[in-house]
Ligand binder design. Sequence first.
Ligand code: AMP
Ligand code: GLY
Length: 438
Amino acid sequence: MVVDSRKSCRYINVMNILLIGSGGREHSIARAITATSTYQKMYCAPGNPGSAQYCENVAISDSDISGLISFAKEKAIDLTIVGPEAPLALGIVDQFENEGLAIVGPCQAAAQMESSKAWAKAFMKEFNIPTASYEVFETYDSAVDYVTNTTFPTVIKADGLAAGKGVTVCFNLEEAIQTLKDMMQDKIFADAGSRVVIESFLKGEEASILAFTDGDTILPLESAQDHKPVFDGDKGPNTGGMGAYSPAPIVTPEVSQKVQKDILMPLLNGMKSRGIKLKGIVYAGLMIDNGEPSVVEFNMRFGDPETQVVLPRLKTNLLEVFNAIVDNRLNKINLEWHNFSAVCVVMASKGYPASSSKGDVISGVSSLDTSETQFVIQAGTKQDSAQLLTNGGRVLGVVGTGGSIEAAIQSSYQAVELIQFEGAHYRKDIGAKAVKVQ
Ligand code: AMP
Ligand code: GLY
């Protein structure tokens, strides 16, 4: 009999865990694992001062896959969880599995769903998943020709990974040509923008559905809504995400059923029919118009900042869920949820998203240490002896929970008031759409 070492050594309470990434999402995953599960030891590579509250941070980059494999072997890691897209696109899951190491995430073939928008659109078309119509362009001239004859608004997307900033909704020809110039000629996203997808504009309201899958079962999590543009009222350039709330009332039970039937199941079956084992976390970015969901994008990982509001609501033992994904027994898992609502307001550093500021002193975070309903999820931060400093664009996410979305909004903004750093900016309308819908 062949013993699968990935299964034999994972006794939940004594597991050694390695979490990969350094953002707010990873701080949130570490927090949720600790809140719902017991384990022996958790490491985070490379982590941030927030993940350090739960993990031993180790200075290995998330794309140093051979370094991560050596570390996992040295520390007898039982389970690795991948947060960000970059290592997934590099094939971290395939490489860990080849070494007999258990890991939660999609294989490189499945990760193309996020690492190439052209690949994702062709997949959705082939498997009849509702999405915007599109064309792919490899040259600047052909793309300019196309936009010259199209109607506006139109949406231009860099094909490759661009930290959530590779999409521009263009309202006129001038904007479209400038966007194509930025992406294809000035290469603001390097090679990621050499090829572009231009797609029709979808109207409606957005929501994000995350789901766990082992390739046979797909279990949706509670809904959330992100806020991509930097300014209030969805104005300004897109960012990695300026805030989120959960649940999103636009995702009614009817919409959820359609998402399962018309989007998640065809995704799973489409992957199967291409011979790709889909495992890990699926993220469907949706546009919902009159109760009809279409896919804006698929990611193959937890969303950031959606994770910050979805995982605090999870009651189920998260390590059990991850083990079930690896062992192909997700059909045995029943996800349970807390009833409260959660809102996360992202505080960004000066200049974000065009640039970011580093080294500004952050004050007030520890004043929330004892609160049950307000907490800070760290992202672009750095600990310098006793001081917490800014260290990136999205600095931190301030989460407030409450019995209703209104209460959670109030709670999160009250907490935001306690935190200060030079140049801090944040949206004042996170959650406002949910209040309108109710
Ligand atoms: P993506 O990175 O593909 O999720 O796109 C970033 C954001 O751009 C989305 O969250 C939407 O707000 C917007 N967007 C992308 N594609 C479309 C589309 N076809 N129609 C309308 N808005 C879109
Ligand atoms: N919230 C957007 C993303 O995680 O891609």
